[in-house]
Design a protein around this ligand. Structure first.
Ligand code: SF4
Length: 402
């Protein structure tokens, strides 16, 4: 069951337990290059990112924000844009009111708002949020944790008769930093339902611990993500391991998977991974799922791998149109199986499935539709014929009712 949280409106998106867990991402373009930033926001949004964060790190970036948001509106791209602020957010939001107005949310890192004037700078950001009626995300990060607070808590811990391990004090300091900042924001006058919290770390066990503590400490919506998750499989697997456990416990109202792309690589991969985590946990449905067996010595033919790949590609290509034309299509399940051992069984569990012939089996491929044997394909056109059957099934099953 979802942990009960309040709803925070971020532009046209609603974050909280009364709404589906939202997927977000972040650009890696230079924000001052408005054209490239708009282009990447569009790619991320098209891939399914429901909120997109951009860095706002200097005067030029703050000046570029209104043009970015305006250009997106002209292109009819309705996605909330979040400004990521560190060190100088109080100055930028005050000096560039058009930027403050154009953004849908401000992300503030309480560890990066100054030292001596920390609370004053933080309050300045909150005042702008109140003035422009924007929510904030108080995003604590262990790499930039408020050192003053950490030192105080470490000192207190060292004087305790039952001191905690340093790691746990650090986790507690993250929770305290987030909660203290939220209290301060409300004291300055920000409404209770204008605050989202995150506390990112790069280790899976720490992530689980810190979010469990945050979840117990407040009713604000939580943004989940493993920071610096890394490249390739490591980033995908570590993020999935951490996020899946928390989501299964009902913790998390919005997620981001922070993958490091290959140089020039596809930034939208992080959106696909985030969607797949939610879909695998059956929390949301985004795209039809193709199950394929891993293959083994019972089938030396690569036909089923090729067919699974083709069907996946075909669905990906068709989805932008199908999503509009065929409501409910994202819940469809397709099975492409390599032999008779699990082929018919798995195919029967799918909306539509095919069991290809394994080595030494009759060169026949039974097709199952909604759990029942429908037809058996033979010959060299099995793949094409299955694709045609799939298309007809989609048209018939998901056609919008007039
Ligand atoms: S379905 Fe057949 S080919 Fe595929 S993994 Fe199972 S036994 Fe091997």
């Amino acid at each position: 069951m979802r942990r009960k949280t309040i709803t925070v409106k971020v532009g046209n998106a609603c974050i909280g337990s009364a709404h589906p867990v939202a997927v977000q991402s972040m650009t890696n373009t230079d924000t001052t290059d408005a054209a490239r930033t708009v282009e990447q926001i569009m790619v991320l949004h098209r891939a399914g990112s429901e909120l997109v964060r951009i860095t706002v790190n200097n005067d030029e970036a703050a000046q570029a924000v209104p043009a970015i948001v305006e250009d997106l509106e002209k292109k009819n791209i309705r996605v909330p844009i979040i400004g990521d602020f560190h060190y100088n957010g109080h100055l930028l939001l005050t000096r560039f009111p058009e930027c403050a107005q154009a953004l849908s949310k401000y992300r503030i890192n309480p560890g990066n708002v100054g030292t001596k004037t920390r609370d004053k700078n933080f309050a300045m950001i909150i005042e702008q949020a109140i003035r422009f009626d924007k929510p904030v995300r108080i995003g604590v990060n262990w790499g930039s944790l408020d050192q003053q607070l950490l030192t105080e808590m470490m000192d207190t811990n060292s004087r305790s008769s039952t001191p905690l391990a340093a790691r746990e004090v650090m986790i507690n300091a993250m929770v305290e930093s987030a909660m203290r900042s939220a209290r301060l924001a409300e004291e300055v006058g920000l409404a209770h339902n204008r605050i989202i919290i995150s506390a990112k770390v790069s280790g899976v066990q720490d992530l689980i611990l810190v979010y469990r503590k945050l979840a117990a400490a407040c009713e604000y919506p939580l943004h989940l993500g493993l920071t610096e998750a890394g490249m390739g499989n490591k980033g995908v697997i570590a993020s999935t391991a951490g996020l899946a456990i928390l989501l299964q416990e009902g913790i998390g109202d919005t997620i981001r998977v922070s993958l490091t792309p290959q140089p020039g690589g596809d930034r939208s991969q992080e959106v696909q991974v985030a969607q797949q985590i939610l879909q695998s946990l059956e929390l949301r449905s985004f795209t039809p799922q193709v199950s394929a067996c891993p293959g083994c010595g019972r089938t030396t033919s690569t036909l089923f791998q090729k067919l699974a790949e083709d069907i996946n590609g075909y669905i990906r290509e068709k989805m932008p149109l199908w999503r509009v034309k065929y409501p409910g299509i994202e819940e469809m399940k397709v099975a492409v199986m390599g032999c008779v051992v699990n082929g018919p069984g798995e195919s029967k569990h799918a909306n539509i499935g095919i069991s290809l012939p394994g080595t030494g089996e009759d060169p026949k491929a039974p097709v199952y539709i909604d759990g029942k044997h429908s037809v058996t394909l033979k010959g060299s056109r099995i793949a094409e014929e299955f694709q045609e059957i799939l298309m007809k099934y989609v048209e018939k099953k998901y056609e919008r009712k007039k």
